[in-house]
Design a protein around this ligand. Structure first.
Ligand SMILES: [Zn+2]
Ligand SMILES: [Zn+2]
Length: 412
């Protein structure tokens, strides 16, 4: 399949004119052999730096791409950290005119960041689709220990060779499934925020995320029924979701309260030192926790709201320890304070309808259990007794209007 991304761009009923850096996404068996032709078509010419890590460089069956310079990073300890990427950039023998990255989502951030810094195009060759960031123009970087979502260069071209993707370990593929099924929560959060606060909303982009979710849901149930994995459909779902981030210039359609739980794991606040897991796995556990909490809230026929109060500084300091100053800064202009709390109560019937469309926590858990995916807090190194803290802390990590954050306005 070849996705011509122009179909998603242009004037939109939401009032914006959407643009995409990504022109083409190729998803096909053996696609890598034709990479040169795809690159020429996209006008990606000139001094070509090709970035691998030690794992992807020696992948069995991988066709090595002609390169003016190859950089092979040590896969051990590779993480999306600004200082590591800047280190890598010092290794360019001359300023490249195009960057090609052959690897996982983490390695893509090295391409995305450096291409952005150098103002040059880049082509992404995913070797596995364990998350949906490949077509995104945002990368979540660790800067001084804090996770920051910052705008970055989206790939001009993405080439998914199904011969390579189908060789990825199943745990990584499942992590990718969970990253997309999380949209049940993130789309609900976005719709609710739009209702309550009038936050910008784009129906067309929401529908793309919904399509990604529907395609991946079919793939997940197929897998659970013992069918062989549909790598083409799964890659399509991932790419489509990534494109929504590019269309919006933020991750609203792809990341809600459940993703903040994954961020919590990466930040390791006090008491969560042993939390661990791949992005999709943590998001998967987050999805189950959010589904449980959102359905609990949805049982209330009506709610009583209370006035906005900023996050309690004493609580933030106790909960986040050395990370507290960053959390306090993030919450200075709290989005909860941008609408009257009464709006939450007034829209509660519609909110309940949105929440009713989210599968039950036990259904997510049952599916993930059959697939052999992670779904319980203890699967990612968090004691089950800390569930409530997970919800409270994660909602404070980012100043994004999720229903999880709105709970502070609900009197219970
Ligand atoms: Zn739109
Ligand atoms: Zn994600």
């Amino acid at each position: 399949m070849i996705l011509d991304c122009a179909q998603y761009t242009g004037p939109c009923p939401c009032g914006r004119t959407h643009t995409l850096t990504t022109r083409q996404v190729v998803i096909a068996p053996g696609a890598l052999a034709d990479l040169g032709a795809y690159m020429a078509q996209a006008g990606l010419t000139g001094f070509r730096a090709v970035i691998y890590d030690t794992t992807t460089h020696s992948l069995p069956g991988l066709v090595h791409i002609p390169a003016d310079q190859e950089i092979v990073l040590n896969a051990q300890g590779l993480r999306p950290e600004q200082s590591l990427i800047e280190d890598m950039m010092t290794r360019f023998t001359r300023p490249p005119e195009v960057i090609v990255v052959v690897g996982s989502g983490t390695l893509m951030d090295f391409g995305r960041y450096s291409a952005h810094k150098l103002g040059i195009p880049f082509a992404a060759v995913p070797t596995l689709v364990s998350a949906d960031g490949f077509t995104a123009n945002i990368c979540s970087l660790l800067i001084d220990g804090h996770k920051h979502s910052i705008p970055m260069k989206a790939p001009d071209l993405v080439v998914c060779d199904l011969n390579i993707l189908s060789g990825a370990p199943m745990a990584l593929t499942l992590s990718g499934v969970q990253d997309i099924l999380a949209k049940h929560i993130s789309l609900a959060d976005w719709q609710i925020a739009h209702l309550v606060s009038g936050e910008y909303f784009c129906r067309r982009t929401c529908d793309m995320a919904r399509e990604s979710l529907d395609v991946m849901t079919r793939c997940a149930h197929g897998l659970a029924a013992g069918k062989s994995p549909d790598y083409e459909a799964m890659a399509y779902a991932q790419m489509l979701s990534g494109l929504t981030m590019q269309l919006l210039n933020h991750s609203r359609a792809a990341s809600g309260a459940e993703h903040l739980i994954a961020h919590l794991v990466e930040m390791h606040p006090p008491g969560f030192e042993s939390a661990h897991g791949m992005h999709g796995e943590c998001v998967g556990v987050g999805t189950v926790l959010c589904a449980e909490e959102y359905h609990r809230l949805a049982k209330k026929e009506r709610i009583t709201v209370r006035p906005f109060a900023p996050l309690d500084e004493t609580w933030v300091r106790a909960a986040f320890g050395p990370l507290a100053p960053g959390i306090l800064r993030e919450n200075e202009q709290d989005v909860l304070n941008t609408f009257p709390p009464e709006a939450l109560a007034a829209h509660w019937p519609e909110i309940r309808e949105i929440l009713a469309a989210i599968p039950a926590a036990k259904d997510f858990a049952a599916l993930y259990r059959v697939l052999g995916a992670k779904y319980r807090p203890e699967d990612i190194g968090i004691a089950p007794a800390r569930k409530r803290e997970v919800l409270d802390l994660s909602a404070a990590i980012r100043n994004r209007l999720t229903l999880m954050r709105m709970r502070r306005l609900i009197a219970e």
